[in-house]
Design a binder for this molecule. Structure first.
Ligand code: ARG
Length: 487
């Protein structure tokens, strides 16, 4: 849809008489051009044309069933709106800023097209409940789209996890090497995070999926409308209970954007790890060239711009959430024009998060772990020190004493520039006579990882199970062989 192109600047009446406002009756002066430009929202809310038309068609069908309009008028309205929808979709509809918003643009076009029947569409309805309906219809769809994108991203993590099953890497706390973990365990952490994001969106959908039409301006209507029929027609499982709340409520928008902000924060954490891992300092991963960019001055550079931009765009989405909360905080009941400001925040959020989710999933297909680097990194950093302490605990040394003993061993190693595995049994026994020949199994990376069989831990067995469960939940077939792709 090329809506911007179809916009005429406010006040440009192309020599024709100014278009009468649908609300013009009580006014004796024409609206100032500056006011028309300032109040218009059509350049962004034109995005809601499908939802607006779907809502209007359902409303017209209800009006006819209730005898408020004739069946012939209903057909004129529905056919007229369907034609307008097609025109907008084809990019040949001319939006008029002097008609403020999508609701009045469509209504006016309908009246011009079908005459007096079009003037009956707004019976028992206000733009206040109309815009609430449009937003709910829109966010209902977007929730579904984001859920699909999140699912695709989860699949990308699971596929990568299957590809690198068995590979070890350093696990970090405080960005210091802490304990060895399986690469797949690390990747499945993101599977969990994005799974919670899906659950949050699904939860928010329950509050989006409530039908507000029939609240009218704020107090309901005296006309014999049938709200349940409209809800059924549009597939809403529930109807708003208080007309004043219904036209002033944007909680469902805040919840949606809050869920998106957290998605974006998760993406940003992923992005940060990718930037770090792709650095020369870490060298853990190689990002395929098609997802990187170069420098205009430094010929050697290969920059991880995609993760950087994903990380950077989190500022936008968090900002949108703050904008919405601030927008609502001082508003008296019920509808206030301030609420028009919600839409750009929502649209920007939807665009940004959708784009970042898709890019992140795509990028994971071009991510290759450098196993030799991971292997070397996992051997360094005394990461099996906890295992050595646990070993002493099994030999009945209290954990605090064991911690102290191993601390002294590590200090000795640091001084000597050696790894724990490089110490001889005699050297180890100087620190504790409880240490015996079986200690070396404990000090190895594989031994450390495989000992962590606690539920949710990183042992090969628990991770293989978690991976299989994730594959089953996503309907993925486990890959036949372990193909590690690239390096
Ligand atoms: N464009 C308006 C909005 O987005 C629609 C509702 C306007 N209602 C009104 N009474 N001015 O909020």
């Amino acid at each position: 849809m090329k809506t911007r192109k179809n916009l005429r600047p406010a006040g440009d009446t192309l020599g024709a008489a100014p278009i009468a406002k649908p609300w013009g009756g009580r006014f004796s002066e024409k609206t100032a051009a500056s006011v028309e430009a300032f109040t218009a929202s059509i350049h962004f809310d034109c995005r809601l044309f499908r939802q607006d038309i779907a809502g209007s068609c359902a409303h017209a069908r209800m009006l006819a069933r209730q005898g408020l309009i004739s069946e012939a008028e209903r057909d004129l309205i529905v056919n007229g709106l369907t034609a307008i929808e097609q025109e907008i979709a084809d990019g040949c509809f001319v939006f008029r800023p002097e008609l403020e918003d999508i609701h009045m643009n469509i209504e006016k076009a309908l009246v011009e097209r079908i005459g007096p029947a079009g003037e009956k569409l707004h019976t028992g309805r206000s733009r206040n409940d109309q815009v609430a309906l449009d937003l709910r219809l829109y966010l209902r769809e977007e929730t579904g789209r984001l859920d699909a994108l999140l699912t695709d991203l989860q699949k990308a993590f699971v596929r990568l996890g299957r590809r690198y099953l068995g590979a070890a890497m350093p696990g970090y706390t405080h960005l210091q090497r802490a304990q060895p973990v399986l690469v797949t365990h690390h990747l499945l952490a993101y599977y969990e995070m994005f799974g919670r994001d899906r659950a949050r969106l699904a939860d928010g959908l329950q509050r989006i999926n409530v039908m507000p039409l029939g609240s009218a301006a704020l107090a309901g209507t005296g006309l014999p409308i049938d709200r349940a029929a409209v809800a059924r027609d549009l597939g809403f499982p529930a109807i708003t209970a208080n007309s004043m709340d219904a036209v002033g409520d944007r909680d469902f928008v805040v919840e949606f954007v809050a869920a998106c902000a957290l998605i974006q924060v998760h993406l940003s954490r992923l992005a940060e790890e990718l930037v770090l891992w792709a650095s020369q300092e870490f060298g853990f991963v190689e990002i395929a060239d098609r997802f990187c960019t170069g420098s205009s001055i430094m010929p050697q550079k290969k920059n991880p711009d995609i993760p950087e931009l994903i990380r950077g765009k989190s500022g936008r989405v968090i900002g949108n959430l703050m904008a919405l909360l601030t927008l609502l905080k001082g508003l008296p009941l019920t509808y206030n024009r301030d609420l028009q400001e919600d839409k750009e925040a929502v649209f920007d959020t939807v665009d940004t998060v959708g784009q970042c989710l898709a890019l992140a999933a795509e990028l994971l297909t071009g991510l290759f772990f450098r196993l030799e680097v991971l292997d070397a990194a996992t051997r360094g950093g005394y990461m099996t020190a906890t295992d050595l302490a646990d070993y002493l605990v099994v030999k009945k040394l209290p954990f605090r004493s064991a911690h102290a003993v191993v601390g002294r061993i590590v200090a000795f190693c640091v001084e000597q520039g050696r790894e724990l595995t490089e110490l001889a049994l005699d050297e180890l026994r100087v620190f504790s006579p409880l240490i015996e020949a079986d200690v070396f199994a404990v000090l190895s990376v594989a031994g450390s990882i495989d000992s962590r069989q606690s539920l949710g831990g990183t042992s090969g067995q628990t991770v293989a199970l978690a991976l299989a469960q994730a594959e089953a939940a996503l309907g993925l077939q486990p890959a036949a062989g372990v193909d590690r792709g690239g390096s």
